[in-house]
Design a protein around this ligand. Structure first.
Ligand code: DX5
Ligand code: ZN
Length: 211
């Protein structure tokens, strides 16, 4: 199983140290929040001026008007950008995914913990490179995994989605196998890694990668 650690719960006083501690992961997951779609605010593109990322970065946009963030992250060379289906008009999803694909980044669409998978049309499934299934309500790290998210994943696979499926929220060592068996390719892990001792993180990451 691939792993994308989230730095949402990193110690921002030692952010470079925390980022370096997860450098053996497959990619880093950046949670961008604007205080509108979700109550919290995090960081924007300026984080790239403050730290260096040793591995590829994907961006999870929890913002209103996500398209207004695309260009600056594309220019910074991120490998993927994922926006929420809840934040745009349903008719806009395919054109926005197409815009991301044309820019050469992995084009992702996210459904929040309370959103059904049928919010994603067959056309969206044909266009998206990635579907991010939130297994909590977006906005905070450290919440409990919602088991019904596994069924969403199975249904999306049954509908023929062949792209990458990523899980985000409440992922711990004990639920990764169920996530994999439901058809997912990659898990985001935030508090599980960031609350662990620095020295233990590479082993926790390789244990997930070996599943
Ligand atoms: C929550 C974020 C997640 C968060 C996951 O809205 O999208 O990426 O960091 O944190 P954990 O793994 O602690 O649930
Ligand atoms: Zn996230």
């Amino acid at each position: 199983m691939k792993i994308a650690p989230s730095i949402l719960d990193a110690n921002f006083g030692y952010l470079q140290r925390d980022i370096d501690s997860i450098a053996t992961a497959d990619r880093i997951h950046l949670d961008v929040m604007d205080g509108h779609y979700v109550p919290n605010c995090t960081f924007g593109a300026s984080i790239f001026r403050q730290v260096e990322f040793p591995i590829e970065v994907e961006v999870h946009l929890m913002v209103e008007n996500p398209a207004s963030f695309f260009e600056r992250f594309i220019d910074l060379g991120v490998m993927g950008i994922t926006f929420h289906a809840e934040t745009v008009d349903p008719d806009e999803i395919v054109p926005l995914l197409t815009q991301l694909k044309s820019a050469g980044v992995k084009a992702g669409i996210c459904i929040d913990g309370y959103t059904d998978d049928d919010a994603l049309s067959d056309e969206v499934l044909h266009t998206a490179d990635q579907i991010l299934i939130m297994s909590v309500k977006a906005g905070l790290g450290g919440q409990s995994f919602m088991p019904e998210s596994l069924k969403k994943c199975q249904r999306l696979r049954n509908r023929g989605f062949k792209g990458e499926i990523e899980f985000d929220g409440g992922v711990k060592d004990h639920n990764v196998e169920a996530i994999r068996d439901a058809g997912a390719d990659i898990v985001v892990m935030g508090s599980y890694l960031m609350k662990a001792d620095l020295a233990d993180r590479p082993k926790l990451i390789s244990d997930i990668q070996n599943l």
